[in-house]
Write a protein that binds this ligand. Sequence first.
Ligand code: SAM
Length: 411
Amino acid sequence: MASPFTIYPSAPSSMLKTPTKTHFSFLKTKPTYNHIKKTSFVLNSVLSTETDPNIPQTVQRFWQWMKDEGVVSSKTPVKPGVVPEGLGLVATRGIGRNEVVLEVPKKFWINPDAVASSEIGSICSGLKPWISVALFLLKERFKGEESKWKYYFDVLPEGTNSTIYWSEEELLEIQGTQLLSTTLGVKESRAFSRLRIKISSLSPFGFAQINHSAKVTSEDHAHEVRGPAGLFSWDYLFQLRSLLSLKAGEQVYIQYDLNKSNADMALDYGFIEPSSDRDAFTLTLEISESDEFFGDKLDIAESNGLGESAYFDIKYGQSLPTAMLPYLRLVALGGSDAFLLESIFRNSIWGFLELPVSRANEELICRVVRNACKSALSGYHTTIEEVTSSSGSLNRTALPSAKLPYEPDGP
Ligand SMILES: C[S@@+](CC[C@H](N)C(=O)[O-])C[C@H]1O[C@@H](n2cnc3c(N)ncnc32)[C@H](O)[C@@H]1O
């Protein structure tokens, strides 16, 4: 009997030639902040003297524009600064925890609503929100000097260190990892899977310069409020708060996404967190359509908040996601255990699946997972010891990936 299991994804090897290096080195190169490198540091006379003379002229001009528009004033407790991550926002005085550091009126937001009421709104209806925002940005960028957002575009980094921009040689360094297979998948389809980009990260402009820190443990930095927007008017304001208390000169950080693994961070933002807390391997399990109990299994999965496919992030050194073993047992259920799929057990089956249902079922899932791990590990061209000794530290993001269907090896 063919196994009901499908575990994805594998690491495609099409791009992989002879390895030239045996170490993992994320972020070897600095991000391509052309707005920093290319700039002459001559200040325009209209530009504020309060801003750091080391920051690029484009950024100074952008900040001045925000001042002209009344978004930034002498009371604003932050300014752009050159920081280890490139550019960032730096406190100009002590800032309390939860204090508002920037307020951006709605007319400066770039979000799906802004796109809907723009000249391309009618052709964007029905598109995914992030696609409509991306089209809006392209359209505005194309307008060049005519665009209201021109100063904003000048300060956007031209790229990041995302693995999608890595050369083939650099990608060889992550051979065997799930990050490589996701990166190649994204590059091949030229699309971002699982809605990787949060709309909030594309919206209001002043936020383009804020870096991420693990020290910030909540994503609650942005709030929409109603308040004064200019001298005589009220509007919706997008508030940015500092979730940490800061001394003058310290950087304002936010938390980009608590749920992203280090591989997701590397792909989406081009950096990872040094600690192992985000090291994860996403196991994708699927109820096969060819499974004779497909309908019943799907019904049970759906009644428990899961679906035909389910994703489980296995974190290094942490316990397994709670629903993973029940889901695995459900997918493997068959033979003399299949009576549990009858409708009279529908309300209690998930409880049964939280514990082993039979020796045969348990053995099947153990074999499948073990074989998947073995097959995934065979994609690596180095051992843990080699990686540790050549780079001095182990990059645990490089966890295995696997592809089945698996044929059980005998009774
Ligand atoms: C919204 S921009 C932030 C501003 C950016 N530093 C700049 O110079 O324009 C996001 C990018 O900043 C960099 N970045 C942010 N937080 C970082 C961190 N903790 N470590 C390394 N790079 C970071 C990454 O390249 C990321 O893609």
